[in-house]
Structure formats: structure tokens, C-alpha cells
Write a protein that binds this ligand. Structure first.
Ligand code: GDG
Length: 735
């Protein structure tokens, strides 16, 4: 069992330097807590930036930092201040953060910051590579490190890598605007498991992968080269016990144990016993919708003036990224709004808004949560929003109302709260009204459901769930390896090949000998392939057959001069020793008149699709269409054709992004078996990549060495990963 390596931008410890000595204090954030079960003892390591740039660390202190961090199972990545600027304040927070939160207009696409982002990601990857063993499990966190999985994978193809994104993954329409969109996707796809908070982000990600990389996606599995990458949602929880225990302890505090803030809150309650406290806590970030919330509060006071002097809004805005210009502007806007609203509405005994721009210690956070009647959280976009969960966890008597934006990931699991659209002031004002007037019993009823759920799926559960899913992915991988054509198995096959007196090789063309091309007519053989096939064809006692669904004219042009044996159109035609094609099966094609117009109507209505007409079959190709739309249309066509061809001796073959209609008694299996009957072969080999090749794998004799290209469900005995491996394998038959 290897160790677990956690990687995040920041380490879960804060460094303090004073008088030449270093202290590392563990942080108490949600992630650090959640990882406790994963990051414990000597079998785990956390890699990240310490928060101090190289310039800020005096030379004589550097080694001391390493040992201080090592005591907390941590190891640092060194960053210069220029790197922090380009990577963190630049690309991460001026490009990805706004883009992924749908603030397209704030996103800056600067080549220089992208270059620094790449270089810093490489630094993190190198730090992992330096520490990681083959059996280790790597868990990479968040949007600052999206290229790390592939960078590690490139050097350690078999290591287990998980990635979790803490922020939303935006819709394809937003994501596609990023100039480096493919690189980012490819970076992430280095992982074995990619986790998001909610299904919507997962769905957006899969859609981008299919559209931009054109990869095959089946449910939540992505097929890429030789690997299957799993995508799933894991809604992050909180350390429920910590918050509920803190709230319980808080209740027991005697008057002199109470904080100044708590005493102020108590005074407020005493002076206006029927007034409600409304709480809003966020990092000061435009995604959190603080300015809009203030405007909505003003709207509420105007719509329901009876609540003037009866409500008080406490805003805690925690300073964040204050050297990014948008954040400075936002700060100014909020300061002004608070000033104006307080100026407009205050009375001698009442200020509607209490505004704190600072970070408060944990016990003050508990003061606020436990004293507020309503938590009002209205982000415009939020990956999850843990504050909502924390508020509910501190409500020991189950009272309190949560008003939550439906744009927060947590809204998915917190249906019992009052969900609002943060742009709808009318709805927000009414929700505040409802919250103020909600009977206690109803509050308790709603919160008891929420509390049960949050207590069960806490942050530890979340982390364990992710880790076991990553482990399951590793096991699934291992289970598949039994069919992989390993070096050892290949040696035995080559030995059998050499011993056999007569050998026959059935080779599919597209997707096997040559890669796919969006335009099939352009996917002609390359020089290297001709050389390989020539050499195989010239082998003593070896018969080579190209077995393809392609039309005979194309193969005549490409291969007839080479005198390779060929079976085309799935077995309608055969050519041996350079002779012209002759019919292998007696088939008709008069049905085409009926089917062609149907396919044409699909082509007209499905941009990017086209018909390939062969002598005895018709194929509708949809590789170039929008992937979702293409699949939808393929299903539709399937239904139409099934009823149309019911009385004909026809069948529909669903290939790789192609549907082919042809005579039922023609297939590659039947054709190859007929050829096999013409001789006595001691070694039979068949290789192919798609569904139509399965006929060969099924119908050829049991002793056949059958090989599938790509790791998919198959009747073949072995698989190889891609067309390059096919060529390498065939070269082994050259003696
Ligand atoms: C990102 C995603 C996702 C806040 N003020 C103080 C304070 N806090 C603590 C809260 C809470 C945390 O900070 C904030 O977490 P959120 O989830 O609300 O928001 P982000 O910081 O934007 O986090 C977010 C999260 O990652 C996890 O995946 O939910 O969507 O944006 O725990 O309690 N803590 C203290 N003083 C404060 O003044 N001590």
C-alpha cells in the first residue's frame, strides 16, 4: 500500500517567522479538516505553496522551513513573487475564476499569465514526481492546478491520480471562449477520477470533453487512448461535529466568557426583542453577489416598510485577493452602498446594516451563526457554499431560516431552505418576509431534515468517498489488464506464429491499421503502413487479408496494385492475389432506392453528417456532427429504419459514429470463415476496433488470436491500446 499525496495551491499550515525562528500552525479550513482522515500519520504527504515567496524567505531560514513543514506532513513548492503574480493572481484569479463563475467580461486572456500558469503547474508536478512512488495515490485540488494530472501522468503512466474541482465547471458555451481550453481539458484528463461538487458541473465538463476533444463518453466514463477516466460528483460537506459542538459549548458560556461581539449582539436583542438578525457571510468576491444583496435589502425595506427598525443585516465580508483590480472596485462599491443605505434608512435608534470588512476568529463566527435568525446567502454563482451548511449545523434548537441562492452548489442538497434566484428582488423580498414570519415549528421541521443530511455526509465522508472511488477505479483498471496484450503474452503468440506451417491474418483497416479521419476519403494509407503490409504480405506461408466495410473502389485504388488480399463492404466482395474483385456473397441492392431518401432527409436535418454509398450498402456518417445531436439523430434513424426494413433481409450496423444498412447475411465473420475454409491454417489472427469486427471475433474458430483495438467490451481475447500499438504488434510477425 503506497502513501497518499495531496496537492493544493496552499498548504494546510500557516508559517510565522519571528526573530529568525519559524513556526508552522495548522490551518482550520474546511479542506484541511476534511483531509484529516486522508492526511494522517506517516503515510501521507501534502504538497503546496507555503504562502511565502522566495523573496520573502531569508536564505538561512529556508532549511528550517522544510523541517517545520515536515512535522506537519507537508512539503513546499517554492514560488517567486513573479510566479505568484502570473499563476495565482493572474491566470487563476483573473482568467479561470471569473470565467468558471460566468463573469465572462472579467476574464482576461493573457498569454503571459498562461505561460506562467503552465510553468508553475510543472513545478507542482515535479514536486510530486520527486516524492511519489509507483504505488502512491495522488489527489490534486482545484482550479489552480488543472494541468498537474497530465504532467504527472506523462512521467508515471500507471500511478493513481484523482482531481477535485472546488468551483463550478461552466457550460460548454462559456468554457469554449478560453483560448487554452483544450490544454486545460487534456491536463485534467491525466487523472483517473475527476470530481465535481454537483452533477451539473460534471455534465458541463463531459459536454466540453466530447465537443472539444471529440472523445467517446459513455455515461460518466471517458475513453481516452488506453484509459478510462471516471467523472463523478461528490458534494463537499463540513466538519459537522466541530460546528455543532462549538454551538453547544457556546450556549454554556457564562456572561463573562462571552466575546465582545456576543455582548453587542445580546444588547441588540435586549433593546429590540422582536427584531430579527439577518446574517450574510462571504469572502469579498463578485461571485458572492454582495452588492446585489444590498440592493435587494433596500428593495425589501421599500416593499415592506413595516420592517424598518425590525430587522438588522449583518454583513461579514472577508478580505480576499485584494490586489486584483475587480476586488478593489467591488470593495469600493460595497462600502458606498452600505453608506448610502444606512444614510437613507437609519433612525436615531437603528442602523439597518452592520458591516464588517475583516476576517473574524472562529468563536466570533459561532457568535454570529448562533445569534442570527436568518442566514441570507445569495451568491450569483458558487461551487458549493459551505457557510450555508455551517449555519444549519450551529442551530442546536433547530430554529433559524436559511435563504439560499439556487446558483450555489449547496442548493442541490438543501431543498428545505428558501431557495431564491439572486437576480429576482421581488422573490428575495418575499423570501425575507416569509423567513421573518415563519413559525418556529416549520423552521424546526425544515432544519431537522437538513441537519440529518449534513451530519451524515460530512467532510470526512466526502473525502473517504472520493478516495474509495479512486481506489475502485484503480481496481477496475487492474481487472481489465487480464486481457491486455502484455509482452509476455505477445511472446507466446509470436512463438506460435513462427511454429505454424501456414498462417492467416485478418486485419481491419479504419481505426486499426490507420487512425480515424473526419473525412474517410482522406484517410489513405501512409508510406510506413505500405512498407509494413508489403513485408507481411511477402512473408513465407503467410496470407494477409484486409477486411473492411469500405467500398471496393477505394480499396482497388489503394491496395490492388499491391496485390494484398481484400474483403470489402463487410464481405460482399473479395480480391485475392491482385485479381479484380469478385462477389463473395450474392446480394441485392434494389432496396437502396427506398432507404436513400430517408438517409438524405437525415443529412438535410443534421449538419455535418453525410451518406457514403457503397455497391451493396449505404452508410450514414455522423462523426462531424455535434456529438449530442448526432447521437440523438442516430437513435431516431435507428427507430425509423427498424420499422422500414422489417420485411427486407437487411440489418443496421451501428459502427463508430456511422450507421450502415446492408444485407443481413453479409458480415465480416461470415466472410472470414469462408476464406478460412479454403486452407489449413495453423495460426489464425484477427484484429479490429469496432462493432463490425465483433462478427470476426465471434465466428472465427476458438483457437484464433483475436485482438481488439481500444479498451472496450469485446469478444476478442486481447486488446491493444491504439493504432500505433497495432503496427508494433504486426512488426513482431516479421522474421
Ligand atoms: C470555495 C468555493 C466551495 C468565512 N469567513 C470567515 C471564515 N469563513 C469560512 C467559512 C467557510 C469558508 O470560510 C468559506 O467557504 P465557502 O464554501 O463559503 O466559500 P469559498 O471560500 O469561496 O470556497 C466554494 C469551497 O471552495 C469548498 O469546495 O464551497 O463554492 O468558492 O468554511 O466558515 N472563517 C473564519 N473567519 C471568518 O471571518 N474563521
Amino acid at each position: 500500500m503506497g502513501k497518499t499525496i495531496i496537492i493544493s495551491n496552499r498548504l494546510p499550515v500557516q508559517l510565522q517567522i519571528s526573530n529568525g525562528t519559524i513556526t508552522a500552525i495548522p490551518s482550520v479550513g474546511g479542506l484541511a479538516t476534511g483531509m484529516k482522515s486522508v492526511h494522517s500519520g506517516g503515510d501521507s504527504l501534502w504538497i503546496g505553496w507555503s504562502g511565502l515567496t522566495d523573496e520573502e524567505i531569508p536564505d538561512d531560514i529556508a532549511p528550517k522551513i522544510d523541517s517545520a513543514l515536515a512535522e506537519h506532513g507537508s512539503s513546499k513548492v517554492n514560488l517567486t513573487s513573479a510566479e505568484v503574480d502570473g499563476f495565482y493572481f493572474g491566470f487563476s484569479n483573473r482568467t479561470i475564476w471569473p470565467l468558471f463563475h460566468y463573469f465572462l467580461e472579467y476574464s482576461e486572456f493573457e498569454l503571459k499569465s498562461w505561460e506562467i500558469y503552465k510553468a508553475v503547474n510543472q513545478k507542482f508536478a515535479d514536486a510530486i514526481l520527486e516524492k511519489a512512488g509507483e504505488d502512491d495515490t495522488i489527489w490534486v485540488h482545484d482550479y489552480q492546478l488543472m494541468l498537474v494530472p497530465q504532467m504527472v501522468r506523462a512521467k508515471r503512466p500507471n500511478i493513481s491520480i484523482g482531481f477535485f474541482l472546488h468551483i463550478p465547471f461552466p457550460s460548454f458555451e462559456i468554457f469554449r471562449t478560453l483560448p487554452w481550453r483544450k490544454e486545460v481539458l487534456e491536463g485534467l484528463l491525466g487523472a483517473d477520477l475527476i470530481g465535481f461538487h454537483i452533477y451539473d458541473y460534471e455534465r458541463h465538463f463531459l459536454s466540453s470533453v466530447r465537443r472539444l476533444l471529440r472523445l467517446e463518453v459513455s455515461f460518466n466514463d471517458i475513453y481516452r487512448d488506453n484509459r478510462i477516466i471516471k467523472v463523478d460528483s461528490f458534494p463537499m460537506g463540513i466538519d459537522y461535529k466541530k460546528f455543532s459542538d462549538a454551538a453547544k459549548a457556546h450556549e454554556q458560556n457564562t456572561a463573562d466568557q462571552q466575546s465582545d461581539l456576543q455582548q453587542r449582539l445580546n444588547n441588540h436583542k435586549l433593546s429590540t426583542p422582536d427584531a430579527k438578525l439577518i446574517l450574510s457571510i462571504d469572502r469579498l468576491d463578485y461571485s458572492k453577489g454582495i452588492a446585489k444583496r444590498l440592493n435587494a435589502f433596500e428593495y425589501f425595506l421599500n416593499k415592506y416598510p413595516q420592517y424598518k427598525e425590525k430587522v438588522r443585516l449583518i454583513i461579514l465580508a472577508v478580505p480576499s485577493r485584494s490586489n486584483v483590480p475587480q476586488y478593489q472596485l467591488l470593495k469600493k462599491e460595497i462600502d458606498e452602498l452600505v453608506g448610502r443605505i444606512n444614510g437613507d434608512f437609519s433612525t436615531v435608534s437603528w442602523t439597518p446594516i452592520w458591516y464588517f470588512y475583516r476576517s473574524l476568529p472562529f468563536h466570533n463566527l459561532i457568535d454570529l451563526y448562533t445569534s442570527s435568525d436568518i442566514a441570507w446567502l445569495t451568491p450569483l454563482r458558487d461551487g458549493m457554499n459551505l457557510v450555508a451548511k455551517e449555519y444549519i449545523a450551529t442551530r442546536t434548537d433547530k430554529t433559524g431560516v436559511l435563504i439560499l441562492s439556487e446558483m450555489a452548489g449547496s442548493a442541490n442538497e438543501m431543498n428545505e431552505s428558501l431557495l431564491i434566484n439572486p437576480n429576482n428582488f421581488e422573490q428575495i423580498a418575499d423570501a425575507l418576509y416569509q423567513a421573518i414570519n415563519m413559525p418556529k415549528e416549520e423552521q424546526q421541521e425544515r432544519n431537522s431534515h437538513l441537519q440529518k443530511r449534513l451530519a451524515r455526509y460530512n467532510v470526512e465522508q466526502w473525502a473517504n468517498d472520493f478516495m474509495s472511488s479512486l481506489q475502485a477505479q484503480k481496481d477496475r483498471d487492474a481487472a481489465n489488464v487480464s486481457k491486455k496484450l502484455t509482452e509476455h503474452r505477445l511472446n507466446t503468440i509470436v512463438e506460435d506464429f513462427s511454429k505454424a506451417k501456414k498462417r492467416i491474418l485478418f486485419l481491419d483497416y479504419d481505426g486499426t491499421l490507420a487512425g480515424f479521419h473526419v473525412d474517410p476519403q482522406k484517410a489513405g494509407p501512409d508510406k510506413e503502413l505500405y512498407q509494413l503490409l508489403d513485408a507481411l504480405n511477402n512473408q513465407e506461408n503467410t496470407e494477409l487479408y484486409l477486411v473492411s466495410g469500405r467500398d471496393k473502389d477505394t480499396f482497388t485504388k489503394w491496395f490492388l496494385p499491391k496485390k494484398y488480399n481484400m474483403i470489402v463492404e463487410h464481405g460482399v466482395w473479395i480480391s485475392q492475389n491482385g485479381e479484380d474483385f469478385r462477389m463473395l456473397e450474392n446480394v441485392k441492392n434494389d432496396w437502396m432506392e427506398k432507404i436513400r431518401p430517408v438517409l438524405e432527409s437525415f443529412v438535410d436535418r443534421t449538419p455535418g453528417s453525410f451518406i457514403e454509398e457503397k455497391n451493396y450498402s449505404l452508410a450514414w456518417h455522423y462523426r462531424k456532427t455535434d456529438p449530442d445531436f448526432g447521437n440523438l439523430r442516430a437513435n431516431e434513424l435507428n427507430t425509423v429504419l427498424t420499422s422500414l426494413i422489417a420485411n427486407d433481409d437487411l440489418s443496421v450496423l451501428n459502427g463508430n459514429k456511422v450507421m450502415e444498412i446492408k444485407s443481413s447475411n453479409v458480415n465480416k465473420g461470415r466472410a472470414t470463415v469462408r476464406v478460412l475454409g479454403e486452407g489449413d491454417y495453423g495460426f489464425v489472427f484477427a484484429i479490429g476496433d469496432d462493432w463490425t469486427d465483433e462478427f470476426m471475433f465471434q465466428e472465427l474458430p476458438e483457437s484464433t488470436i483475436s485482438v481488439k483495438v481500444g479498451r472496450q467490451k469485446t469478444q476478442a481475447k486481447f486488446y491493444v491500446e491504439n493504432t500505433k500499438m497495432v503496427r508494433d504488434l504486426l512488426k513482431r510477425f516479421l522474421v
